[in-house]
Design a protein around this ligand. Structure first.
Ligand code: HH2
Length: 257
């Protein structure tokens, strides 16, 4: 899954794809490089971010979705029902909701009616404050219990279970050690019976592990290592910014299978 952030302020690539023609060109390039789908988002969820209005989010993503409609498999990264509805009308196949259907009461019905794919992600707290003091009893079992409950919620709301994937939410209310442990113990999430998505690409934990305690991002080399480990632990969808390099790394990793 290639990341196309149509934002001025994403932690990882803020600004590079803010212009619709550039964003659409990036998305097409990612598909050419081997991505199965591109994740288009108009709201940064980086630590400390405040969120954007519905109008602003639509203004950012709709022109990009219009340019991609029918040509490229698209995921919409949103917690807002109206953004998802417009994106699905424009051909999006997957709704990627970092709130796991807790943000907008209308989103579950929209996904159920559309019959599209859905990604449910774990987040502790909210982006504005989530990194202040993340606390868990046991991080892997707490995240698994949360995702099991959200999976039930989605299915009860009419979403086909076979259309749902689960995501531990790397960096969303987690310390460096908790992020590592979630990947090491990915079997707990896989036991829920759904495909698991991991997004470690460029995240600050990688830069911190490399020795900069104030890092806000991580380098490509570290992202590739994390993606290969996540794949080895059973993740089948990797959300990444540098598609070509990840496809190459994962092609080699799978050659050892
Ligand atoms: N991470 C980000 C955004 N959306 N969605 C899922 N399912 N999993 C993730 O790990 C995930 C996500 C944050 O990364 P990015 O999009 O690069 O930054 P920003 O939120 O600042 O736009």
């Amino acid at each position: 899954m290639g990341v196309v952030n149509v934002t001025p302020d994403s932690f990882s690539d803020g600004g590079v794809n803010f212009e619709p023609d550039t964003a659409a060109a990036s998305a097409r390039r990612m598909i050419d490089e081997g991505a199965a789908i591109v994740d288009v988002g108009g709201e940064s969820t980086r630590p400390g971010s405040e969120g954007v209005s519905l109008d602003e989010e639509l203004r950012r993503v709709v022109p990009v979705l219009e340019r991609l409609a029918g040509a490229v498999p698209v995921s919409i990264d949103t917690a807002k029902a109206e953004v998802a509805r417009r994106a699905l009308e424009l051909g999006a196949e997957l709704v990627n909701d970092v709130t796991a259907l807790r943000g907008d009461p209308d989103l579950a019905g929209i996904v159920a009616d559309a019959g599209c794919y859905l990604c449910l992600m774990h987040m502790q707290g909210e982006p504005r404050s989530m990194q202040e003091n993340p606390t868990y009893g046991d991080v892997a079992s707490d995240v698994a219990a949360f995702l099991e409950e959200r999976l039930r919620f989605a299915v009860d709301a009419g979403v086909d279970e076979r259309m749902i994937c689960l995501d531990p939410g790397i960096g969303f209310g987690k310390t460096v050690e908790q992020n590592l442990e979630l990947v090491m113990r990915l079997d707990l999430l896989l036991a829920l019976g759904r495909p698991v998505l991991v997004g470690f690409s460029r995240k600050s934990s990688l830069g911190r592990l490399l020795g900069d305690p104030t890092a806000r991002t991580g380098p490509l080399s570290a992202s590739l290592a994390a993606a290969v480990v996540a794949y080895e632990r059973g993740a089948t969808i990797l959300r990444v910014h540098d598609v070509k390099e990840h496809v190459e790394a994962l092609t080699i990793a799978t050659a050892f299978a």
